[in-house]
Design a protein around this ligand. Structure first.
Ligand code: HOZ
Length: 426
């Protein structure tokens, strides 16, 4: 399909912005071709600068759980903006958002608002190190926790998509404190803790991995991490930037019945505005300045417009029945995609949790990074472009999860299924 304006804008952007984009995975490097430039969005749809409409399964990488430009959210955002865009001083809205998070998630006793998921994870790691007086942290291969130095080691998301899971510019002296284990391998965690558990400040994990496509935790995996951390005085951090209020009203920790020491949030809690948070056990969070010695600050932290968008979004997401409806839509999408694959004789699989899904070009869902790497990336890339031409916007990478909103209708799913049948049969 000809997208003349996107192509012209990308050409200009490449001269001024590294790779023409402000976040690497947007550049279409792994799928090839020119990224689509968008002009507007409403509900489940995006319109590009050439006027083409797409059913959107990225949802701004997670935040757009109500669909785009939800009228109720826009109204409160406009009202908040009229009262001032930023004060750099406390507001009642921040307190109300903190109250909402504490009320919704039992593990959150106190919480600090920041402006992005990366800030939340970076800060949570610093707090864990400050709390324990230890340097080492443990993460899992293919999990992505934002682009903080300590966390860009064997990372997922854009880093994985571009084949740079460990970034240049991270001093080896720092990276050596980050130990990497296989996702879903509790035995390896057990062995590592037996050797050096008492020197590990934190284990950080995506309780449902969403940055190496979607990988679910196997029964007992998260529980074993909880037990090891408790036994060794290590801070267990659940990175729920992606899963927070996206997989269920109680987040992933509610689904699996695990109480982490700290949790990080982003995406949905900002309702499409830049907002993140980290919170958890009071004694750990009391290490944060100005109460404690761990410094963390931000001019736009708790921004009143972002907080208003987040509160309006959470109110809707936490209403009874929201997730049952959302998951039914996501489930029907996954079933349709698998049926299209079977009919075309193409080995694909799919699964979902809440409003998040994984579509895999392999015959069964992966359980770790090595499985993810066995996907047929070439087949995915062809599928991606055929879907794009049919007006369906999927993540431009075989290694990203997909997102469904409450605004997606049965007709949207049916249209997507037809497009997938044609794309796979071609
Ligand atoms: N890291 C995000 C997906 N897991 C991509 C963010 C973006 O490109 O906007």
């Amino acid at each position: 399909m000809n997208r003349p304006t996107s192509e012209a804008l990308f050409e200009r952007s490449r001269r001024l912005i590294p790779g023409g984009v402000n976040s690497p995975v947007r550049a279409f490097r792994s799928v090839g071709g020119t990224p689509v430039f968008f002009a507007r969005a409403q509900g489940a749809y995006l319109w590009d600068v050439d006027g083409q409409r797409y059913i959107d399964y990225i949802g701004s990488w997670g935040p757009a759980i109500l669909g785009h430009a939800d009228p109720g959210v826009l109204e409160v955002v406009a009202a908040a903006a009229r009262n001032g865009l930023s004060f750099g001083a406390p507001t009642e809205g921040e307190l109300r958002l903190a109250e909402a998070l504490v009320a919704a998630i039992p593990s959150i006793e106190t919480v600090r608002l920041v402006s992005s998921g990366t800030e939340a994870t970076m800060s949570a790691i610093r707090v864990a190190r400050g709390h324990t007086g230890r340097s080492r942290i443990v993460k899992f291969e293919g999990c992505y926790h934002g682009h903080g130095d300590s966390l860009l080691v064997k990372a997922g998301s854009g880093a994985l998509t571009l084949g740079q899971p460990s970034s240049a510019g991270v001093p080896p002296e720092l990276a050596q404190h980050t130990l990497v284990l296989d996702y879903n391998n509790a035995e390896a965690a057990e062995q590592l803790f037996a050797q050096m558990g008492d020197t590990i400040a934190a284990v950080i994990v995506e309780p449902i991995a969403g940055n190496m496509n979607l990988v679910l935790p196997e029964p007992g995996f998260l529980q074993r991490l909880r037990e090891l951390c408790t036994r060794h005085g290590t801070v267990l951090i659940f990175d729920e930037v992606m899963t927070g209020f996206r997989v269920g009203a109680g987040c992933a920790q509610g689904l699996y019945g695990i109480t982490p020491d700290l949790t990080t949030f982003g995406k949905v809690i900002g309702g499409g505005m830049p907002l993140g948070a980290f919170g958890g056990r009071r004694d750990v969070m009391e290490k944060v300045a100005p109460v404690g010695p761990v410094y963390q600050a931000g001019t736009l932290s708790g921004n009143p417009v972002a907080v208003a968008a987040g509160l309006a979004t959470l109110e809707r997401v936490l209403a009874p029945g929201f997730f049952a409806r959302l998951e039914a839509t996501t489930q029907s999408l996954c079933e349709s995609l698998c049926a299209a694959g079977r009919a075309a004789g193409v080995p694909i699989s799919a699964q979902c949790v809440g409003g998040m899904f994984g579509l895999y070009f392999r015959d069964s869902p992966p359980r770790n990074f090595a499985d993810v790497m066995q996907s047929d990336v070439t087949a995915f890339n062809t599928f991606f472009h055929r879907m794009l031409e049919a007006g369906v916007y999927l993540a431009p990478s075989a290694f990203e999860a997909g997102f469904v909103s409450i605004a997606h209708t049965a007709e949207d799913i049916a249209h997507t299924a037809q497009a997938a049948s044609r794309a796979l049969a071609a």
